[in-house]
Design a protein around this ligand. Sequence first.
Ligand code: TXA
Ligand code: MG
Length: 327
Amino acid sequence: MIRLTVDPLDPDPGLVNEAAVALLAGGLVAFPTETVYGLGAHALDPHAVRRIYHAKGRPSFNPVIVHIATPAAAQALVTAWPVAAERLARAFWPGPLTLVLPRAPAVPSEVTAGLDAVGIRIPAHPVALALLRAAAVPVAAPSANRYTELSPTTADHVRHSLGDAVDVLLDGGPTTVGIESTVVDLTSGHPVLLRPGMISAGALSAVLGEPVLRAAHEPESDAPRRSPGQVERHYAPRAELAMLGAGEIAELHHAPDRVGLILRTATVHVPGAAAIRLPDDPHGFAHGLYAALHTLDEAGCTRILVEELPRDPAWDAIRDRLERASR
Ligand code: TXA
Ligand code: MG
């Protein structure tokens, strides 16, 4: 693996070009987006896309998001561009929002896992945008972790999870948003939320002028699924994870086994437990969450207790990830 360290706000064009050349040659390039690190491949090269599935150990029924730098490049990947897509793209791109739209024939079925729809987004990270412009092709990129593991928010997370399966690792420091993009399906008459993210259902509804409904859970099966984010245990640390009220955490007088705590408001001290405090606001909490889980995993914790989240919808996407991780 070649690791190239770049300034997150002003990446060196020579290093970005080196990564773009690797992409165009069919290589796998891990790069930072504002949400999490992506494992990128030339989206129009079926062989390169198959390498993503192999590197991640990911079942072939999970479609991959395609990243582009401009709305025109986005429209070239789809056969319909409804008013809803135009409104959401104007409001939230570049940004942590993926739109699912009918796939154009140019998009290989490897990208969409055989589905007739493709997920697309313009990321808001200067390094991701520089890479997309330099390569001048759409880039298929799932999160740069092995299947069912935690998404990476730093280059070291990528290296630990994928190692030499990656050809080039663009290190642009920690990501800012910290959890994966909101995914909304626009292929039917009504927008459907496939995966919650920091752009909330309420924010989407406000722009669209209609409610955005949450997709029903799909049963496990080998059929191509609308949303691989709905795989039961996903986004999970190795440790067993549970959510607990601040009061219940305060009653733990000592840690029974190797317990890690993720606290928000509680000021308890539990002897024997490793504790990480995250900000008591959804953006700060999301930003630090995966790094905290990675740290506690690496410290050898077998249980992670997370202080319960406020019921406010601004915390919905974070609650979704923690609930999946605790299954
Ligand atoms: O923030 C993100 O979205 C990150 C960065 C790298 O962009 N990517 C990411 O990709 O999280 P991945 O592969 O780990 O998650 C893929 C998600 C699924 O949960 C699914 O909802 C959606 O993308 N998706 C992609 N293509 C789709 C399609 N054709 N139909 C339905 N859902 C799709
Ligand atoms: Mg993922």
